[in-house]
Design a protein. Structure first.
Length: 127
């Protein structure tokens, strides 16, 4: 067996490992930048990611009357969604898979920052 035939796969493996390592470090750096964004900028970026990936149930919205009126055609519908969801007087809300309200104060708890970092990397979004 030719020694070159043994060396080439080893070199390719090293190159691939280095590329994967660099991508992982890049993702880690992007996650760090995401964590340092203002809450509103992070939510806007997250909702853009959700919209581009058809994840509308995961979009995060301000918990205010105007926004709720956009989602529900009647007070009865809004009350039903609040009753069957986990809805409180929190700062933000999202709709769960059943169309019910889930409210919360810490949007990062409802985001997949690793997926968002990959989205930022894939779409060359400048933070």
């Amino acid at each position: 067996m030719n020694s070159l035939m043994v060396v080439i796969p080893i070199l390719l493996k090293e190159v691939i490992i280095k590329k994967v390592y660099n991508i992982m470090k890049t993702i880690e750096n992007i996650i760090e930048k995401l964590q340092n964004l203002t809450e509103m900028k992070l939510i806007i970026l997250w909702n853009q990611y959700c919209d581009d990936n058809s994840l509308t149930d995961d979009e995060i919205h301000d918990n205010e009357e105007y926004t709720l009126n956009e989602f529900f055609s009647s007070v009865d519908d809004a009350l039903r969604a609040a009753y069957y969801g986990e809805y409180y007087d929190d700062k933000y809300f999202k709709l769960n898979a059943y169309g019910n309200l889930e409210s919360f104060n810490y949007p990062k708890d409802y985001m997949d920052l690793e997926a968002l970092a990959e989205y930022v990397l894939d779409n060359n979004i400048n933070l």
